[in-house]
Write a protein that binds this ligand. Sequence first.
Ligand code: GLC
Length: 738
Amino acid sequence: MSIGRGLGTGLALALAAMAAHAPLSAEDGDVVLAADTTGTPAERAAQMVAQLTREEKLTLVKGYFGGDFPPTEYVAHPDAIDGSAGFVPGIPRLGIPPQWETDAGLGVASQGTAKIKRPRTALPSGLATAATWDVELANQGGRMIGSEARADGFNVMLGGSVNLLREPRNGRNFEYAGEDPLLAGRMVGAQIAGVQANGIISTIKHYAVNDQETERGVANFLLEEDDLRMSDLLAFQFAFESGNPGSVMCAYNKLNGDYACENRFLLTQVLREEWDWPGYVMSDWGAVHSTAKAANAGLDQESGFGLQRDDHFGDKLAEAVATGEVSEERLRLMVTRILHAMFDKGVIDNPVVGDESLIDFEANRAIAQADAEAGIVLLKNAGNVLPLAGAKRIAVIGGHADKGVLSGGGSSQVYPDGENAVPGIEPTGWPGPVVWYPSSPLAELRALLPDTEILYADGSDPAAAVRLAQETDLAIVFGTQWSSESIDIPMRLDGEQDALIAAIAAASGDTVVVLETGGPVAMPWVDDVEAIVEAWYPGRMGGAAIANVLAGMVNPSGHLPATFPVALDQMPWAGEVRRGHVTYEEGATVGYKWFDARGIEPLFPFGHGLSYTSFAHRGLTARARGDGIAVKLTVTNTGEIAGGDVVQIYVSAPWAGWEAPQRLGAFAKVQLEPGESRNVELEIDPRLLARWDLAKPGWQRKAGSYTVTVGTSSRALGESVQVDLDTLHLGPGWKPGG
Ligand code: GLC
């Protein structure tokens, strides 16, 4: 039997077989192996699926948890990679490899039940990367974690988390990219593209509106369709367009009544009929609640059997196909989409070969450190107490700063080389463990400032800490907030750290607060301290990153990807995180849009971030171009040291009807030497100049004079110009470049 014949005969046979719904076999002519690289991904997938038996197709749509799971007495598939998220068997007969799946967006994670925790390079949190506003850095980070995934033998990386920060208490905010659809979508899209540059599939998740952890598995989130389109779905759309993910992970929750993984609106109407997306939908682990309803709504692959108790895409699916409740055509389509992604992303043509010697940890840590440094946000710097200079005696207090830096918990947990720098902190089991990366801000500071006496108190004895602060010129107090998947958390620092910070501030000369948090936190001491630095969960090299910013080796250039409220009562919902049927009354008015629409003064606004230098924005011009607006301006570094500026373009409509007075329309990160100027050109996407029209589905823009403003935050707005635009309607599937 000759194999791998040219496309013509093979494809003709395949298409004929498709029509007959009969799988090709050697008797029908040549078997075409996956290795036959002729044809587009779509053609190759069609050809391959036509050769598969029903049983083989059913094999490809059911995924298994990748590690043992004692609670359900589940033992992992022998071919799965131990301690990994998932595994889907391949079809050796045709050369289709298994799908080896790893979490997540911050690096190669190990599941809590892993026999060996794989030590890999942890990026800083998703919020930290978003705070860089630098799509290039996001892409580099994706390339790095994707390369480690590939070296470990994984060909699917469950990264790309783009849920909007609606709820500041969401325990998974650290995995995501903030409150604005454009910033979140573009940053996560860049990361997805980076992961997939390694010839593996990246997922985008959690689709959609899994914007809190409380009751994530059963809650029904309610949003009007137009609001949904202009918020969470728009973030996904921007990420799809810049990242082109091979797969989507449907979420645990219900949306407008149906579970996301059996929600025809999400899985078929939006993804297929409107966005014409060819990839495959995998479920979250345990998020499948039906067989025929899910398959017919558009779910292509059930994930994580073993965690997923009910086996909906195993025997039940076989039965549903046998009875016709799920058609053969539907099963063919499910498998075609999976194969399309495998062909399209290189999984088949460039098969992974696990070889961890391929990992360059030194280079990868440098990428993680650069990301962390660029994402650190200088929130306050009264009297320019930063960068540190002149202080002869410095007190460093709390936050385990002598040991390391904090990371977030759950399925995205990346374990460091060496040990957890601060082991034994509860919860040590799920959703823990609480992992501290062995990168000590204290040790790094002492190395950078050898002539400065730097003393440490862990803060467990507040009185001793206060005494130490009184004996020094300046106190640096670390404040931490641990967060994790499956829980929501108070919008505050853990334990009694607020009281400790207040006591130190009252006692010391100058006080600098360094925050390591999963998201926005209240700061009751904000007026009592001279400087505040938000370092987020700064990743494997976080201590070095923090020290470099404090000591001035790095000029901070991070800007907030999320509003920091003064208190929860400024938010759309200040009560207990909601359960059951949850109507997100704010609709698309998320984050700064809420604060702007109601004239509320936040603690620190979206887009805020200080620098050790200064920038000027001049010569703003804007004009209609294509369906959007072209913007130009000149950015100048007017200070004495090099730095990175985040140019933010906000746009306002001349008519009521938008969800907020202004929207982020475009952004760019610009690195400039002292005195250097750069002409910057940006483009405002037409969907950000319109609103979703329910009557005539699509993006409806009204004619009028639109205001384009450059800002250094959503509340620090500079020059504005007007642009006259005509009315315009764009269909639901409109995307740049058609
Ligand atoms: C988890 C998470 C998801 C993760 C998956 C595999 O429950 O919700 O983000 O990728 O299961 O670990």
